[in-house]
Design a binder for this molecule. Structure first.
Ligand code: COA
Length: 339
């Protein structure tokens, strides 16, 4: 495939990300700290995951609080932006403070946004990109023009700190973006959208709530994250790279055209294999994994925020945002940064 091939758009929309913000809780949980909780060690964790530390919400800090901080960071970084005319709020999270009111409604109340819809998006680690896809659709349809999209998690509250194979992975954090309709004659920023789900494998990664089973698979009722690490690993290193290549092919573009790959951050070994199989080099991949662990729906907006803050992400560049995990689901979005 030629790297000069034109990029087709999956749907025509002038939607674009116009501002970003993020927040990490102050408390740090290092690998050394985990050694005191479970039978593990820094060397094993770093070698198997690339993670050195994660942030953990304070005892009185919930997912909505993390959202508020991320939005305040966005406002500080983009003082010219106003939230007054935001007309929809989408919060991607697997750890809402309450199932209802939804977290997005808490955000609406906190910032006194007068006339906005509010919905949470539950798609685990694919949640943030799924929410962006929905925001793009709402703008493309003409129904809405300015949407606040947040990915936020307090995974520490649903992590089983007696299970050494899962508790080493997860952390807390939040990132927020504004998605706005551009001028009618503006170049498209949203270029291609892609989604896949393998629900038949959903029992490999879950948190139980009301139902005791998924199909014939009965679920542990701990209320904590339960994972078959090896099965999820196998799925991620086979389905994710093949789907990314399928998506780029659909879009009429090539891996070498991607300026920045901003994937969900599950663990470095998975990202190494994805890089190897897709041909998108690691030095074009933005992650925060080493210092945040896996923050599910928050990992992509955290990495975006970091990429913009450090000056790596610049106007006109081609970004591939790619979420994957619980479901087992994948959501991808190819965007021209603030084109
Ligand atoms: N510290 C030290 N040893 C550990 C350990 C830990 N935290 N966790 C597991 N082990 C041990 C196991 O008990 C096992 O020992 P044994 O061989 O004596 O039985 C050995 O390490 C290998 O266990 P295994 O479960 O096969 O490890 P693994 O190589 O598959 O690594 C994960 C475990 C969780 C790191 C890995 O499966 C993984 O990354 N899976 C994907 C998880 C993920 O990213 N999920 C989110 C997707 S969005």
């Amino acid at each position: 495939m030629s790297s000069k091939a034109p990029i087709t758009t999956g749907y025509r929309t002038s939607a674009r990300i116009t501002a970003v913000g993020s927040y990490l809780p102050k408390r740090v949980l290092s690998n050394d700290d985990l050694e005191k909780i479970v039978d593990t060690n820094d060397e094993w964790i770093v070698q198997r995951t690339g993670i050195r530390e994660r942030r953990i919400a304070a005892d009185d800090e919930y997912t909505s609080d993390l959202c508020f901080h991320a939005v305040r960071d966005l406002i500080e970084r983009y003082p010219e932006k106003s939230l007054e005319d935001v007309d929809y709020i989408l919060v991607a999270t697997a750890t809402p403070d309450t199932f209802f009111p939804q977290t997005a409604a808490r955000v609406q109340a906190e910032f006194g946004i007068k006339a906005a819809g509010a919905a949470d998006v539950a798609a685990a680690c694919a949640g943030f990109v799924s929410a962006l896809q929905l925001a793009g659709g709402l703008i493309a349809s003409g129904l809405h023009r300015k949407i606040l999209v947040i990915g936020a998690e307090t995974l520490s509250r649903i992590t089983d700190y007696t299970d050494r194979t899962t508790c080493i992975l997860f952390g807390d954090g939040a990132g927020a973006v504004l998605v706005e309709a551009g001028a009618a004659d503006s170049k498209p920023s949203w270029l291609h959208s892609f989604a896949r789900t393998d629900g038949e494998d959903g029992h490999h990664l879950y948190r139980s709530s009301l139902s005791p089973s998924i199909g014939e698979h009965s679920l542990q009722q701990s209320g904590k994250i339960v994972q078959n690490g090896r099965a999820v690993f196998r799925w991620a290193i086979s389905r994710v790279p093949e789907s990314i290549l399928e998506m780029l092919n659909e879009a009429g573009t090539a891996p070498e055209d991607v300026d920045w790959f901003v994937p969900h951050n599950p663990n470095m070994r998975i990202l190494d294999v994805v890089s190897e199989k897709t041909g998108i080099p690691l030095d074009k991949t933005i992650t925060t994994l080493e210092h945040t662990g896996n923050t599910s729906a928050a990992s992509i907006p955290l990495a975006l925020s970091e990429g913009v803050r450090s000056g790596r992400i610049r106007e006109g560049q081609l970004l591939l945002l790619y979420g994957f995990g619980g479901g087992l689901s994948q959501s991808g979005l190819l965007i021209r940064w603030m084109a």
